[in-house]
Design a protein around this ligand. Structure first.
Ligand code: FE
Ligand code: FE
Ligand code: ZN
Length: 277
């Protein structure tokens, strides 16, 4: 089955997201757990969650992806920022237990002059503080473009974080096509080679989701500006190879292209024509 969806606004709750997804013939979606700039989350509405779970069951909405606010920084130099990150992520994971068995993605962080080594250590500390043996959510480290001092710009950095986490069976990776391309992995010219590299360094069994985006910038630009599918430096052919690759095609794909709901609907319809049976 082709698991395809996009980023949706969470402001009206789970049921509304489920309905939005069905409106554009998506069978999964991504959402921010709270305002992307951080701040407090609305209380979980149990009726809303129950109604969503019934809708999802009935309509075949499968694994969904929660995204942590992107202003968190698990490797900030300032301990109070790290503490805020910890509390926010721990709270998100508690809330995710209302929709068990899904995915929670976060940007590893920016080390800001502390060096990648230190960043990796602090990110692992954060994960060691918040992961629990009983949680039913898999936490995903997102591959980053390497803008500024972002950690997670290479497969080796992601692997180094995973290696330092005790409950690493709760960890996976979300590969963002715009980010890895901007980081310097040539998924346009050599997708097989990039996936072999991923497998050798991290292990493809860790890969749990794909962020499907075109990029406004060239290979290795370290920029991270998403573009509409087919209108950037990846192009539609490369994107078609990603969704059809034998080692990727079982994964859920999430669009984070600059779109409104109707635009996402058009891209999903396009992707369905590109998907090989
Ligand atoms: Fe992200
Ligand atoms: Fe992404
Ligand atoms: Zn991005």
């Amino acid at each position: 089955m082709f698991q395809i969806g996009c980023h949706l606004s969470a402001s009206r709750g789970f049921l509304a997201m489920g309905r939005d997804a069905l409106k554009i013939s998506a069978n999964t979606f991504q959402f921010f757990t709270r305002n992307p700039r951080g701040g407090s989350a609305k209380d979980i509405d149990l009726d809303d969650v129950a109604a969503f779970r019934a809708l999802a069951q009935k309509n075949g909405i499968q694994t969904i992806l929660a995204h942590a606010p992107y202003t968190l920084n698990a490797c900030a130099a300032n301990p109070s920022v790290r503490d805020f990150t910890r509390r926010t992520m721990a709270d998100d994971l508690r809330r995710m237990e209302h929709v068990p068995g899904n995915l929670y993605n976060f940007h590893p962080g920016s080390h800001v002059q502390q060096g990648a080594e230190k960043g990796i250590e602090l990110i692992a500390d954060t994960l060691n503080a918040i992961l629990t043996p009983t949680q039913r959510t898999t936490v995903l480290l997102e591959t980053m473009a390497g803008k500024g001092s972002e950690v997670g710009r290479s497969f080796e950095e992601i692997r180094a974080i995973i290696d330092r986490v005790a409950l690493s069976d709760k960890l996976g990776v979300c590969l963002d096509t715009c980010h890895v391309h901007d980081a310097g992995y040539d998924i346009v010219g050599d997708l097989d080679g990039v996936l072999e590299r991923f497998d050798a360094v991290i292990g493809l069994d860790r890969l749990k989701a794909i962020h499907l985006n075109d990029s406004k910038n060239p290979l290795a630009s370290h920029k991270d500006r998403h573009e509409l599918l087919g209108q950037g430096s990846l192009g539609l052919q490369a994107i078609a190879r990603v969704i059809n690759h034998p080692r990727l095609r079982h994964l859920p794909f999430f669009l984070e292209t600059p779109n409104d709901l109707a635009g996402y609907g058009r891209e999903i319809a396009l992707l369905k024509t590109l998907r090989e049976p």
